[in-house]
Design a protein around this ligand. Structure first.
Ligand SMILES: [Zn+2]
Length: 212
């Protein structure tokens, strides 16, 4: 328990340090971004990787204040079973890039799962206009890979993906980008580079070192 406590404490300290460095120290709460209780304990990562992940989370919180990503709110349309994030993931068809559905763990009904992104960022446009939550189709890794390939086959592909204006231009772009963020967070991959379009300084830099 103490180990978890120390890790938690260092998470907050590292995030506060990154905010100081980026010149955006504020009182915004340091709540977990994804409301899925076991996510953090799922995959152990080294301290260096953890710092890169926290850098990404901190930048996400700077660009999207009060960010929350809700993945634990998926009702089966047939039997009303509330599916957890893990159950949605378990219901995907492995390796099938054409299948956008998951399978209910109780009644086996197939349906397209969703997750919900919310932020108080001024330019944030949700499913029902500015300031509303954005409901996103939840893409399996295979579908995500296919969709990414299609975007990146464009000459401007990679710049588009990092450009906040591209995200704001069309809901389907935003949905793809948020799926990428969610996947990186779920599988504990560093994702700071996905926010490069919102910052002048290069984010692909050595891991921030302690200044405390
Ligand atoms: Zn069901």
């Amino acid at each position: 328990e103490e180990v978890v406590g120390v890790r938690r404490k260092s998470v907050v300290r590292v995030k506060q340090m990154i905010r100081r460095r980026m010149g955006t120290e504020n009182d915004q709460s340091l709540e977990p971004i994804i409301k899925a209780p076991t996510l953090e304990d799922k995959a152990f990562v080294s301290e260096a990787v953890l710092r890169q992940i926290l850098l990404g989370e901190s930048l996400l919180e700077i660009v999207y204040p009060d960010i929350s990503i809700d993945t634990d709110n998926e009702l089966c349309p047939r039997c009303n079973k509330l599916l957890t994030d893990d159950e949605v993931v378990a219901g995907w068809t492995n390796g099938n890039a054409q299948d956008y559905t998951t399978k209910c763990s109780v009644c086996s009904q197939r349906f397209v799962p969703h997750f919900c992104v919310q932020s108080t960022a001024p330019g944030f446009v949700g499913s029902k206009g500015p300031g509303t939550p954005l409901l996103c189709e939840r893409l399996s890794p295979w579908v995500l890979q296919k969709e990414l390939r299609s975007v990146m086959s464009d000459r401007e592909g990679i710049e588009d993906l990092l450009d906040p204006d591209w995200r704001a231009k069309e809901t389907k772009n935003a949905i793809l980008w948020w799926n990428l963020i969610l996947s990186c967070m779920r599988y504990r991959f560093p994702f700071a580079f996905l926010l490069q379009g919102s910052f002048e300084t290069s984010l692909i830099a050595p891991t921030p070192v302690d200044d405390m």
